[in-house]
Design a protein around this ligand. Sequence first.
Ligand code: PLP
Length: 390
Amino acid sequence: MTDSLATLGVRAGIARSPFNEHSEALYLTSSFVFEDAAAAAAGFAGTGDGYVYSRYTNPTVAMFQARLAALEGADACVATASGMAAILATAMVTLRAGDHVVCSNAVFGATAQLFGGLLARFGVETTFVPPTKLEAWSAALRPNTRLLFLETPSNPLGEVADIAALAALAKRHGALLAVDNCLCTPALQRPLALGADLVVHSATKHLDGQGRVLGGAVLGARGEVMDALVGFLRTAGPALSPFNAWVILKGLETLELRMLAQSERALALAQWLETHPKVRRVFYPWLASHPQHALARRQQRAGGAVVSFEVEGGREAAWRVIDATRLISITGNLGDVKTTITHPATTTHGRLAPEARAAAGITEGLLRVAVGLEAVEDLRADLARGLDAL
Ligand SMILES: *Cc1c(COP(=O)(O)O)cnc(C)c1O
């Protein structure tokens, strides 16, 4: 149709019913009826062309899948009930007992638990490596390594991994590279174009963008893995509900605008924080002080919405900044148009052992702000109240 994300976000994937509704229809139905017994048999055998049951897929879910596929430049997309369901599904179809995974050590907490804990019980071993150290990825590879998994930029420290280099490494080794594109979304970064084999999403975050529903997706080239994902959903059941698909589908219409506007506000806030005397360090890929700044500029279209910073005075000072806010929401979620603030050491990373937390760079003075769409002056004033009082 077009290469424009603006147009694809609004138009891609629409399948109108015979009623010719203008806005995408929400199909709240668990099953579909057949013309006759033979059509039912064909539906169940997978040789028919209609819908069968919403665990397999549903017209609203299919519209969401088609639109997200267009945005990511993928030719196949499988929607899932949540981001974690997308990552589990990816692992279930690419790995078997005896296989090995190399995973970034700066992934979402539940992702680390999934690979390091749950999958270990089923005979899949995972080595965790620093996402920015190409040599560490390379050294961790084993003959049975099947999957490389990462998030970039990472949360909360915004570490940027080199997708193209890691894709080349995976390819040479005959392994797959899966990228969790949650923080950038296709509006800012398209991992498949950089050589990744699979993209996973927590649609709960920016794709919905307004903190309403859970959802997820896996995207890639049509073929064995994507077919296996369809089969996995049908058999194991972590399907996206049509209602959630509809909400997220409508969220995609404003994705590009939101991501650019939120990135712009995040950059302004990061620049201001860098000048504040009570702030020791700011972590944001679009700042020249960021260690992977050049790579981020090459790989991404903007810095994204997450800004982290370390204040002088450890936990007590960090909590005082949080408690002085009146506008920003105190919540661990991100990817919302409402700005949120959290203290990673005692929330998102609270379950880690203190040594592991320190090794991951999650200090007691660290704060994470997931910037939304409020006026940047208001966000600055909200943070300044606590910072100026330190
Ligand atoms: C939230 C999140 C997930 C998990 O998604 P859910 O929809 O909550 O299951 C996975 N990866 C990243 C980067 C996330 O932020």
